[in-house]
Design a protein around this ligand. Sequence first.
Ligand SMILES: C[S@@+](CC[C@H](N)C(=O)[O-])C[C@H]1O[C@@H](n2cnc3c(N)ncnc32)[C@H](O)[C@@H]1O
Length: 241
Amino acid sequence: MEVWLKCDYFVKYKRMKIDILTIFPDMFKGPFDESILRRAQDKLLVKIKIHNLRDWTEDKHKSVDGRPYGGGPGMILRVDVVDRAIKNIKSQTSNSKQIQNLKSQKTKVILLSAKGKKYNQQKVQEFSKLDHLILVCGHYEGVDQRIADYLVDKVVSVGDYVLTGGELPAMVVVDSVVRLLPGVLGDKSSLKEESHTKPGYVEYPQYTRPEEYKDWKVPEILLSGNHAEIEKWRQEKAKKK
Ligand SMILES: C[S@@+](CC[C@H](N)C(=O)[O-])C[C@H]1O[C@@H](n2cnc3c(N)ncnc32)[C@H](O)[C@@H]1O
């Protein structure tokens, strides 16, 4: 039996599994090893696994990509390699004891692509309710269109600009989803009135010590101790933005 089955957090909270498929696994060293994401993994609230797509190649050169049919620049990620990877990860997960114990396992496969639907807080909330996320990162010129058409559930873009690979977007998805998982944030009221929890909503301004710095003062109302007035002020300011 794996250690996490015995852990208090498992009794209280369901653990999410996130698998990331990439040709540059080392890019993920660091971002998941600090702060809230590190603690979430240590508390066994999420299991993040980085996979090297080359592990699912079948030729001696371990080729993950090829030249585009019809000509053009760059290299395109191969559909067969990604298909084997996704199938293998899905079958490993459904064979695992922990997952069999869950009543219904909700998995989504996401392709990170500049051509995808724009990622927003509503998507973050939707993904945070799943049991299992598989994130596919393209690189170089992009991916074979059949990956988007036949292998994934959603194609997601982190913004209207082009990055060198899907690795940074995958980190954005993981970070935004994991902080919403139950038990991850020490004080869950931090999530209540956050920016983008409703479309167009941005949080009120916040201040801390010192009360005055240079001639920049903290708004007097926040020092008044009048909680009703403070609440009113915050609501006004949040709306104003
Ligand atoms: C250089 S980009 C390919 C861009 C592609 N030729 C195009 O015009 O849409 C390489 C990879 O980076 C990732 N990527 C780039 N920009 C992205 C974005 N805004 N959101 C999500 N993924 C992105 C995708 O995985 C993509 O396959």
